[in-house]
Write a protein that binds this ligand. Structure first.
Ligand SMILES: Nc1ncnc2c1ncn2[C@@H]1O[C@H](COP(=O)(O)OP(=O)(O)OP(=O)(O)O)[C@@H](O)[C@H]1O
Length: 294
């Protein structure tokens, strides 16, 4: 089971959305990280076979995906970023409809739908119209439809937006288990959602792949660049101007503890902090207003 993205590019008029990306994807959870506009959705749409690359090719077990034809439907499951439903369908009717499109038998369909409703805690709302569901519930229905055919390759574009913390934990556990013998590719802005479950991560910037590795390998890139310190509250505005603060907490007694990114300590009592994937993300994708290293 291997998905090979071989030197793939996508050009939209004057915009190169994906730029010579090569990636060898094996079973496990792969986190695809990158700022808005980095090219994640475009890459995922090409892998899902919805969009053709301008150059390069994508192969599944050595076969170009555009040659897979009907087999393709059995291999891939895809949750797009903007997922349209039939709002007048009930959850169950909708999943039955998608099962039929994916060629499941009535028996398989009943079993899969019942399992997925349970796993995604949708059983209680299965007879509700989709139009009446909350955003998080709709997202879970979207995840369920992508999983219906037990796909070998599951592609999820921003699956966790709108999920509450308990749902996120359940979802992460579900994916970790599923990914033992499947390929799961997830793009998300919510870095902690991939931090704990990703076997490997791929980081994109301006259409290019700038880093790949396990969370531990990637986090090493910001080793020695993450600091914590305590500062008087009255100086906070000043520090906010000059430091790249990624987290702060009021500690009472007019003190604030801060976590910041810098090549070197910037206050006398700064101590090194254990870096996390989110620190790497913020290091690679600083917002303009926060970029005050100097
Ligand atoms: N159909 C299109 N026509 C023209 N430009 C496009 C098209 N689709 C995407 N782009 C551009 O390609 C670049 C990459 O977009 P893409 O949606 O792949 O990024 P992304 O990493 O998924 O961003 P986000 O996190 O905001 O979803 C962006 O500059 C976007 O404006």
């Amino acid at each position: 089971m291997e998905l090979y993205v071989n030197n793939v590019s996508k050009q939209f008029k004057d915009k190169r959305a994906v730029d010579h990306v090569t990636l060898n994807i094996t079973p496990g959870v792969w986190g695809l990280l990158g700022a808005n506009g980095a090219g994640k959705t475009t890459l995922m749409r090409m892998i899902a076979g919805i969009m053709k690359p301008t150059s390069g090719r994508i192969e599944y077990d050595g076969i170009p995906i555009d040659r897979l034809k009907d087999e393709y439907r059995d291999i891939f499951g895809y949750l797009p970023q903007e997922f349209g439903f039939y709002p007048e369908f009930t959850v169950k009717n909708y999943l039955e409809y998608v099962s039929a499109l994916k060629g499941l038998t009535a028996k398989e369909s009943r079993r899969r739908i019942s399992d997925l409703l349970e796993q995604l805690t949708l059983t209680n709302v299965c007879n509700k119209k989709i139009a009446k569901l909350s955003g998080g519930m709709k997202r879970r229905v979207g995840i369920a439809q992508a999983l219906l055919n037990d796909p070998e390759v599951l592609i999820l574009d921003e699956p966790t937006s709108g999920l509450d913390p308990a749902e996120r934990v359940r979802f992460r556990n579900l994916l970790s288990e599923f990914a033992r013998d499947h390929i799961v590719l997830i793009s998300t802005h919510i870095v902690p959602d991939v931090e704990y479950i990703a076997t490997r991560n791929a980081v994109m910037k301006d259409g290019r792949l700038i880093s790949t590795g396990t969370t531990e390998e990637l986090v090493k890139l910001v080793d020695g660049k993450v600091w914590s310190a305590m500062i008087p509250t009255k100086y906070l505005p000043e520090y906010e101007q000059k430091l790249r603060i990624v987290n702060l907490r009021n500690e009472g007694d007019d003190q604030v503890s801060i976590r910041y990114l810098s090549e070197r300590p910037r206050t006398e009592d700064s101590v090194p902090a254990v870096p996390r994937l989110e620190d790497l993300y913020l290091w690679l994708f600083p917002q303009d207003t926060l970029e005050r290293e100097g």
